[in-house]
Design a protein around this ligand. Structure first.
Ligand SMILES: Nc1ncnc2c1ncn2[C@@H]1O[C@H](COP(=O)(O)OP(=O)(O)O)[C@@H](O)[C@H]1O
Ligand SMILES: [Mg+2]
Length: 321
């Protein structure tokens, strides 16, 4: 069988590095690594002729650059690990000349808007009560504290704990934000892999024991059916295919409730892989239309992480614009 080529973008981030490392273990794949920055560490995990620089995901020429790269390097599958790249790539997936290993545009539109996501998941799982930050939303009979956060956000930016009604009413109405019931319990991150037909192949809950700059630096996987089932139901309700990260948190009444879905590989992917579910590898098989197992089991395992150095000749470092 001839080898298939995979382009992994976001080579400088923890998710990009994890995906590249996973795919490099497969002898049937040729891995290209791309990033907007020549100092991105994951570029240097692949041989020099397979390192590429791309514009930022929000740059107007980004998708054209990916199309040109796929053409020149005869790429079969594109795996993007960058939030900002996913909507523009999904919007033009038919033009890429390669299969995009990412959820459909409709699923991205749902997952990337926490207000729409709550509407989609509410019939299937416990969701925290959520209203838009409007006068009507403020007037709801809230139990304080509540959370106010952007509909589209990441990295906890703009997430506020609002402790009283006067404080809530002092927030100017803004339909780009939501008011949400505060979930006081333990928080879990669940990596999921979904087959092309919507069947959830694995849902691996993780406890983030230590977090540094938004990335879990220590944690453990947890076998708990209610977490696995809730995350799977959320992924199905949002129409996810491929890999996503479902964040859950326990409500005051002790039920795991939906926080958000990140429709991409998490930075803690090495833990999920070590637990037994090699999601990058499975996601590439899904993208290539290959059969994957109906169910992949995982083990309980813990991890701690540290930085690692890779030393290079100075003139090997790519100078990016
Ligand atoms: N309803 C909520 N109840 C309790 N904590 C919340 C709630 N919403 C957000 N948070 C806290 O804020 C963090 C970031 O919120 P999240 O919805 O994951 O947005 P993002 O990660 O996209 O910024 C969560 O991991 C959680 O710790
Ligand atoms: Mg989050």
């Amino acid at each position: 069988m001839s080898r298939r080529t995979v382009l992994v973008t976001g080579a400088g981030g923890p998710a990009g590095v994890a995906v590249i490392r996973s795919l490099l273990r497969r002898e049937d794949l040729v891995v290209y690594a791309a990033d907007m920055d020549g100092w991105a560490s994951g570029l240097y995990l692949v041989p020099s002729m397979r390192r590429r620089i791309l514009p930022a995901g929000n740059a107007p020429e980004f998708v054209e650059s990916v199309i040109a790269l796929c053409d020149r390097d005869e790429i079969d599958v594109v795996v993007s690990t960058v939030d900002a790249e996913l909507p523009p790539l999904a919007a033009r997936r038919a033009e890429l000349g390669a299969v995009l290993a990412a959820p459909s545009q409709a699923a991205l539109d749902t997952a990337l808007d926490k207000w729409r996501l709550v509407q989609a998941c509410a019939p299937h799982v416990r969701v925290p009560h959520t209203e838009l930050l409007t006068e009507a939303g403020q007037a709801h009979d809230w139990a304080f504290p509540v959370i106010v956060k952007p509909r589209s956000g990441a990295g906890s930016r703009g997430v506020r704990l609002v402790s009283s009604r006067p404080e809530l009413e002092a927030s100017p109405p803004d339909e780009a934000q939501i008011i949400q019931e505060h979930l006081p319990g333990e928080e879990f991150s669940v990596d999921v892999i979904v087959a092309a037909d919507g069947h959830v192949v694995a849902a691996v809950p993780r406890l983030r024991a230590r977090v540094d700059s938004g990335v879990a630096v220590a944690g453990r996987t947890v076998h708990r059916a209610e977490l696995e089932e809730t995350a799977a139901a959320c992924a199905r309700a949002a129409g996810i295919t491929g890999v996503a990260n479902v964040q859950l948190r326990y409500s005051a009444d002790g039920v795991p409730a939906l926080l958000e879905i990140n429709p991409r590989f998490s930075g803690a992917m090495p833990l999920t892989i070590a637990a037994g579910v090699d999601m990058p590898s499975l996601a590439v098989d899904v993208a290539l239309g290959r059969e994957i197992p109906r169910h992949v089991p995982f083990e309980e395992i813990a991890n701690v992480r540290f930085l690692e150095d890779l030393f290079l000749p100075v003139d090997e470092v790519i100078v990016s614009p």
